[in-house]
Design a protein around this ligand. Structure first.
Ligand code: ACO
Length: 380
């Protein structure tokens, strides 16, 4: 028996394995740079709204004003949920993780989508617009329901980010809130072949549809080693409580081999360019929101972790305090990440469909051979 005995050394965590070609985003981990379709994110930050970045990722170019207006109107028009999905959200257990509700509601949306079962480019684009818009509505509806307030419908005179805040808080957002959310969404929109993006591409490589792939991506993003880290960061800041306790906390965690949430990255060997922007916002917004102590604790943590481990904050670290300062409860942080990254997932799904081959890696079999079968009655 030779089958299964020839082994290749597996690449743990698939580090460095090239599993796709993409023209969507490039992570330059050595130089701490991130590019979307050729644009350095440092160039885009504070200059573009989220819809412009979605347009860039889906169509390969930034829109002109007319294209932007049309695209925005199309997205806002899709920001409503079928009654059945609204009902499902209302009936979800009050303490269910919002990411679980989001994933479940998104899965249910697949049953009601008029293009369900169709995978043509045109059908996928229609589904893409609905899914992106509906992710926003699932998250805001859940928050409104759980806080005992009526659901707010989208306002077609507002941008995507402004609508999200409007539907969340029931008031027109301030300019600063809108522009920060635009930048937060832009910074999270795509990031090469992250675990969740790989999950989405692997799922559609079987010709399963957009909703299935987004569910797979949401399931992957939820984990604390990926997008779930932002909620864990806030839990850590709350647990530490004051800047004077940072040293003891971090030293204790590292001495016992624990990971500091919001630090380290597979790709970056230097500062994550996204955290550079988020740190700046965190400082400004925390000051406005009376949360200076959270920014101060964050800074002390960054200093200590860099000194002891030589690792940098990733996107999840300062996004925690930015979101907290925007008034978003920590349980919803990963949902905001999901909303942003849905743009990237969809772009990857469409790219995968255009040149698809089943993604099917292999494994080394390390079990036994030639075992003697024992009938059930004789097994002990
Ligand atoms: N805290 C402490 N040590 C860390 C951390 C951390 N956050 N991250 C990495 N390390 C250390 C590891 O202990 C390991 O040290 P060793 O070589 O002495 O054993 C070394 O750095 C390499 O770690 P790996 O786990 O091999 O790195 P990998 O690339 O597999 O992991 C990951 C990357 C999962 C992001 C890791 O850095 C981590 O667990 N970070 C905390 C969770 C987090 O913030 N996740 C969000 C990532 S960004 C995103 O997905 C949006």
């Amino acid at each position: 028996m030779v089958f299964g005995k020839k082994r290749k050394t597996p690449v743990r965590g698939l580090e460095g394995v090239v599993a796709a070609e993409t023209s969507l985003s490039f992570v330059d981990g050595q130089n701490g740079k991130l590019y979307y379709c050729g644009y350095d994110i440092d160039e885009l930050a504070e200059k573009v709204c989220y819809e412009e970045v979605v347009h860039l990722l889906w169509f390969g170019e930034l829109p002109d004003q007319e294209q932007l207006d049309d695209f925005r109107s199309e997205l806002i028009a899709e920001m409503r949920l079928p009654n059945q999905v609204d009902e499902l959200i209302r009936r979800s257990p009050p303490n269910a993780n919002p990411m679980v509700v989001l994933r479940t509601a998104l899965s249910a949306l697949g049953m009601y989508d008029p293009d369900g079962g169709k995978n043509s480019e045109a059908a996928n684009l229609r589904k893409a617009k609905r899914v992106l818009a509906q992710v926003a509505t699932i998250v805001t509806s859940l928050y409104r329901i759980r806080t005992g307030r009526p659901i707010v419908s989208a306002d077609k005179s507002m941008s995507f980010a402004a609508n999200f805040l409007y539907m969340l808080n029931g008031r027109t957002p301030k300019k600063i809130e809108r522009s920060v959310l635009d930048t937060v969404l832009m910074l999270h929109a795509d990031h090469g072949l992250a675990a969740s993006t790989f999950a989405a591409r692997a799922t559609v490589s079987t010709l399963a549809g957009v909703h299935s792939a987004i569910c797979a991506a949401l399931a992957s993003l939820k984990g604390p080693l990926h997008g779930g880290a932002n909620t864990k960061v806030m839990e850590m800041l709350e647990q530490i409580g004051g800047a004077e306790r940072v040293k003891a906390y971090i030293d204790g965690m590292l001495a016992s081999g624990e990971r500091i949430m919001g630090f380290g990255h597979r790709m970056y060997k230097t500062e994550d360019p996204r955290s550079h922007h988020l740190r700046k916002y965190s400082e400004k917004l925390c000051r406005h929101a009376g949360l200076e102590h959270l920014f101060e604790i964050s800074q002390q943590i960054e200093e200590r972790v860099r000194k002891l481990k030589g690792i940098y904050p990733n996107v999840d670290f300062y996004s925690a305090t930015v979101q907290a300062a925007l008034g978003i409860p920590k349980e919803y942080f990963t949902c905001i990440f999901s909303l942003a990254r849905t743009a990237g997932w969809i772009a990857h799904i469409m790219e995968q469909f255009r040149d698809n081959r089943l993604i099917r890696p292999t494994s080394n079999y390390i079990g036994g051979f030639d075992k003697k079968f024992v009938p059930l009655k004789k097994r002990q």
